[in-house]
Write a protein that binds this ligand. Structure first.
Ligand code: GLU
Length: 309
């Protein structure tokens, strides 16, 4: 059964798009489907398509996966414009943005451990979403700060968001509203956090529409809020449904051949795999493997069909 794409929001002002994989695991069919849709959305709008390697989490990055992921995109025919951008080469930009937020008094240090955050999160709170930070370190007294500094544990840096609310209209999901928690901008190992870097990069790469997996939907209010604080242009968003396995669960190894390489080992061609991805969102019939030009034309028709409530 296909996850048929229904338009529920406006076209972005600019169709330039991107795919931003983290080289921490092989791309599975769900990731590849997101990449295909990001590419089709950009190309059908006549936009540029960029690839950004999100490699800030040095402990989890596996370097050989960078080449593997890029090769997967190329095998599916998803070409890109400009140089591949690596986040690890952009820390100077992140430092500058952080300094600005610090000057604006928006940054504070947080010594909470994961367990402390989990325990605080299990207490009922009115407005914060699951997993959100509850602000323990936001208003520490000088004595409490001194005590934490003396522990020797390095602090993470968080933003004072004052539980702001953000709204946007997602092209595939319609109106979305969410509360912004005091999210981490720099982890206590010094790495810049995803929610921070992604905002600076999407603006720096002049991305008009962010097309990505629906698992990141909860992050978007944070990113919009941060973009506003930094005075950055606001991109459009389209969060694509996550691909599910036969049991309706999130795709996993249990579902058999879920990477491109595994599919090729079964004797399928990249075009067939691309056809499968396209048919899983209603852009192709089951078993059909349309060329990219045809998929672009079908995407254009879909994206220009009237917005459905
Ligand atoms: N690097 C993220 C991931 O692989 C995607 C980030 C994004 O598209 O905003 O899940």
């Amino acid at each position: 059964m296909a996850d048929v794409l229904v338009l529920r929001g406006p076209e972005p002002a600019c169709g330039d798009g991107r795919f931003a994989p983290s080289p921490t695991g092989s791309l599975h069919l769900g990731n590849l489907r997101t990449a295909l849709l990001a590419w089709l959305f950009a190309r059908s709008a006549g936009g540029r398509f960029q690839v950004r390697v999100e490699d800030l989490d040095a402990a989890r990055v596996r370097e050989h996966l960078v080449a593997e992921q890029l090769a997967d995109l190329a095998a599916l025919g998803l070409d890109h414009d400009g140089e591949i951008v690596r986040q690890s080469a952009r820390t100077g930009l992140y430092e500058e943005a952080l300094a600005r937020l610090e000057r604006d008094g928006l940054v504070y240090r947080c010594w909470c451990t994961r367990a402390e955050i989990r325990d605080a999160a299990s207490a009922p709170h009115e407005h914060l979403p699951d997993g959100a930070y509850h602000g323990t370190c936001r208003e520490l007294t000088a004595a409490q700060v001194a005590e934490r500094e003396a522990s020797g544990r390095p602090p993470a840096l968080r933003l004072r968001s004052r539980s702001a609310r953000e709204r946007f209209v997602d092209r595939l999901r319609g109106p979305v509203e969410g509360v912004v928690d005091d999210f981490v901008v720099r982890r206590n190992d010094g790495a810049f956090a995803y929610n921070f870097a992604v905002v600076i990069d999407d603006a720096g790469q002049a991305i008009g529409e962010v097309v990505r997996g629906a698992d990141l939907l909860d992050c978007t209010p944070r990113q919009l809020w941060l973009g506003r604080r930094l005075g950055l242009p606001r991109p459009g968003f389209a969060h694509v449904p996550l691909m599910c396995g036969a049991g309706g669960e999130r795709l996993s190894k249990r579902d058999g051949a879920i990477t491109l390489r595994e599919r090729l080992e079964l004797g399928q061609t990249p075009q067939q795999v691309r056809g499968l991805l396209a048919s899983s969102v209603g852009l192709a019939a089951a078993g059909e493997a349309p060329p990219l030009d045809e998929l672009i034309a079908r995407t254009r028709d879909l994206l220009h069909s009237p917005v459905t409530a």
